[in-house]
Design a protein around this ligand. Structure first.
Ligand SMILES: Nc1ncnc2c1ncn2[C@@H]1O[C@H](COP(=O)(O)OP(=O)(O)O)[C@@H](O)[C@H]1O
Ligand SMILES: [Mg+2]
Length: 408
């Protein structure tokens, strides 16, 4: 290859919501979406869940054009900020998300008399813009749910004569949505009640909520009928061949490719555990390292996965690890020694292990207390069966690596 060919630029994109250069796998999930879009009436909605970094946000972005192609309208954003606080705020958020998509629709025609003319009055279409939606919302008597329903019904009444098949409302980071009894605010229940009610009337709105594994239990806790209202899709690690494609396809597309050897690819798959964020991270680091070696004239650049893992530990894990107390770290050290810690663990198992490996073992109540603190820090979560899991992928391996380095 000509030495003046520009060097390849790094295609890998580790980062929340950054579209990957190649979206590997997720075929079943896309098929599931297609099935849901075929429903008439809509009986089942979708919860898209999984740990941080498995690819919920980018999959949601991939769903959007699929829905639009099937002539659904797609509205929604992420609920990371204040929209999730109160009922009114959530309702207004939904109006604001819908407004730009339906604003071109005319809902009525008004006649405006022409001053000074004897001719017929001017006919002007009334558009379904935010102002009108808010007017209908404010003018509807009753609770926030009644007002929101009135607007959603009006929106559909205006859309149904068009080719539009329905409206998807998709919200990311939906685990942030919470009912708050002391303040008398129930935005989560509001959302579920409104969707249940309009879907019962066979008005085609489909709700898609993406979020961390705490999301679905939260929905069911708010309204038991949520259990029947949603299909839950849990995103996990990519398979070996999908991981391989995530690594190799972007490199193959490069004009002057940096090559990863078979061994390197296997190592990346092994150390990433097939988790998309880690694949992007390790590939980006290793690609950069090869590029720099090439720039310095190396003919066959090599990069080791070990160096990149060290960087991953300091960039991704260390911040979270350093924020917790010594006693919490000791507890996690014990957890990391449990054989199934990367799946789930129980208080009893931690206590039993602690008795074996520690001179000052933890009591059950102490373990429960520390786990609650760790859940607040976002390192573990309690699943539906009352067991615990790491809220960060591959945390167990990180802890074991740390322990190794401390020489414990
Ligand atoms: N199927 C996939 N194939 C390759 N990379 C992916 C895939 N899904 C996600 N990624 C990458 O993983 C990282 C995390 O994705 P993101 O959607 O932000 O995860 P989440 O929303 O679950 O936290 C991003 O860098 C993204 O580019
Ligand atoms: Mg996300």
């Amino acid at each position: 290859m000509n030495s003046r060919t520009p060097l390849a630029s790094n295609p890998f994109r580790p980062g929340a919501g950054h579209p990957p250069p190649y979206l590997a796998g997720r075929e079943e999930e896309k098929q599931e979406l297609s099935r849901l879009l075929k429903q008439s009436p809509v009986l089942t909605n979708l919860v898209l869940t999984g740990l941080r970094g498995v690819g919920k946000t980018v999959l949601l972005e991939t769903f959007k054009p699929i829905a639009i192609q099937r002539e659904w309208i797609w509205a929604g954003t992420d609920l990371s900020e204040s929209a999730s606080v109160g009922e009114q705020a959530l309702a207004v958020r939904i109006l604001a998300d819908l407004a730009p998509l339906v604003a071109p629709l005319t809902v009525a025609v008004e006649e405006v008399p022409r001053i000074g003319f004897k001719s017929a009055p001017l006919r002007r279409g009334i558009k379904l813009d935010y102002g009108l939606m808010k007017q209908v919302y404010d003018g509807t008597p009753g609770l926030v749910a009644d007002k929101l329903k009135a607007v959603l019904e009006l929106v559909w009444a205006s859309l149904s004569p068009t080719r539009c098949r329905g409206v998807v409302l998709a919200y990311d980071e939906a685990q942030n949505l919470s009912d708050h009894a002391p303040r008398g605010q129930y935005p989560l229940s509001l959302l579920l009640d409104v969707f249940q009610s309009i879907q019962r009337k066979e008005i085609p709105y489909l709700l898609i909520l993406a979020g961390l594994p705490t999301l679905f239990p939260k929905l069911v806790e708010a309204r038991t009928f949520a259990e029947r209202m949603f299909h839950v899709t849990t995103l996990g690690r990519l398979s070996e061949s999908e991981s391989q494609q995530a690594i190799l396809k972007p490199i193959d597309k490069q004009p002057r490719p940096v090559k990863f050897s078979d061994v390197t690819v296997r190592e990346i798959i092994k150390h990433s555990g097939g988790y998309p964020y880690f694949i992007q991270f390790l590939c980006r680091e290793m690609f950069d390292s090869c590029l720099q070696q090439k720039a310095r004239g190396a003919l066959n650049p090599t990069a080791t996965v070990e160096q990149s893992i060290r960087k991953l530990d300091s960039d991704f894990f260390a911040g979270r690890w350093n924020r917790i107390t010594d006693r919490q770290r000791e507890l996690l050290d014990v957890v990391a020694e449990l054989p199934d810690c990367d799946v789930e663990f129980t208080v009893q198992a931690i206590v039993a292990k602690s008795r074996k490996v520690q001179s000052k073992p933890f009591s059950p109540s102490h373990v429960t207390q520390l786990l609650a603190k760790l859940a607040e820090s976002g390192l573990v979560y309690k699943n539906r069966h009352g067991r615990y899991s790491f809220a960060v992928p591959l945390l167990g391996e990180f802890i074991r690596r740390q322990k190794g380095e401390r020489g414990a």
